[in-house]
Design a protein around this ligand. Structure first.
Ligand code: F6R
Length: 341
């Protein structure tokens, strides 16, 4: 297989370099803060607006820190937004209309807002309305793979407003040096071979739900396939019925493969039991299923090592299907149509 012929924009290098993004994001955001912010009182809530790849930093923050964070993915702003909110609008390209709508709503209501982008309209409008804006530097990578920079920039912005007084940024920078994506490539390649020709279903505990979503999104966008994601224990109260005695007139068993991302070390013991029972059910149905063990010294490492494994799986699946992993024609085409009057 001629990888360089299929991987026209060298996504493989972007994945290999992923941990370097943490430092880039932190540095880019060091000086970005609101002028008139009252540093003594924390905001009532933090609202992180963004779509697709640019929504992921907010989703991760929701799980990692006990802050009152809402990850918002639509037009305007959620009901929780008010004068006591800190609103952070993230759009990697700077041209996503839903995020621009949230930004303009915040500016229109004179709410405390900050933006994170590489440029585009979001940078332009931030300049026009004097909104503090983090400009992420080139090279431009696919937004879903710019997660490291965007997440690091988001953390740094919170730190700039005294909203993070713990070592998470240092831990992230340390991880930037120690995490080696090359260590996970073979495993990703192996998983890609197993799920080739099938619909992958990603299951994990609730704490890892954003990681499961990233696997799903990445399989959608990079490998250009349908994929599903759900989490324990909720899935055992509905989705399990769809898998058990699968309706063969809908889809045959051999067209599905279930990957269970499992953190044996820190999951609730009952969740681990649920995972075992579910795996047995699925196996009895003759559906392919396996555990993917989540590893890492802390939650941050567990998140990012598993996310990178998901990137590799999608990348190597794209190689199996011989599709360019970077291009996302349907999203581009959709955005073009949406712009038409
Ligand atoms: C592309 C990707 C998409 C975009 C989304 C929003 O890699 O992941 O989900 O992130 O269409 O665009 P941006 O991120 O430019 O605001």
């Amino acid at each position: 297989m001629e990888v360089t012929k299929i991987d026209k924009s060298n996504m493989r290098k972007t994945i290999l370099d992923f941990p370097k993004q943490f430092k880039v994001g932190v540095n880019a955001a060091k000086k970005t803060h609101l002028e008139k912010w009252s540093f003594l009182t924390p905001p009532e809530n933090i609202i992180v607006c963004g779509m697709g790849g640019s929504a992921l930093p907010g989703d991760i923050l929701v799980t990692l820190r006990p802050l009152d964070v809402f990850s918002y993915k639509s037009y305007r702003l959620p009901l929780q937004a008010g004068n006591e909110s800190l609103i952070i609008c993230i759009s990697y390209s700077g041209n996503t209309e839903e995020t621009l709508s949230s930004f303009e709503t915040a500016v229109g209501r004179n709410l405390p807002v900050i933006s994170i982008t590489t440029g585009g309209k979001l940078a332009e409008l931030s300049k026009k309305y004097k909104v503090p804006c983090v400009i992420l530097p080139p090279p431009y990578v696919p937004p879903r793979l710019a997660l490291g920079q965007m997440f690091a920039a988001l953390l740094q912005v919170l730190k700039n407003h005294n909203l993070l007084d713990d070592p998470i940024i240092n831990d992230l920078l340390k991880l930037g040096n120690s995490l080696k994506p090359a260590d996970f490539e073979l495993k990703g390649k192996k998983i890609a071979k197993e799920i080739f020709g099938r619909i992958p279903i990603i299951y994990n505990s609730r704490r890892f739900r954003v990681v499961g979503t990233i696997w799903k999104n990445s399989l959608n966008e990079t490998a250009k396939i349908l994929a599903l994601a759900n989490y324990f224990p909720e899935l055992n109260h509905n989705e399990i019925v769809g898998l058990w005695r699968i309706n063969e007139s809908q889809i045959s068993n051999d067209k599905i493969y279930v990957l269970i991302l499992r953190d044996k070390e820190s999951s609730h013991p009952r969740i681990l039991k649920q995972m075992e029972i579910t795996k047995n059910f699925i196996e009895k149905e003759g559906i392919g299923v396996e555990f993917i063990e989540i590893k890492g010294k802390n939650l941050l490492e567990k998140f990012f090592s598993t996310i990178i494994l998901g990137f590799w799986t999608s990348f190597w699946l794209a190689m199996e299907y011989k599709v360019d992993p970077t291009q996302i024609k349907p999203i581009d085409e959709f955005k073009r149509k949406l712009k038409e009057k």
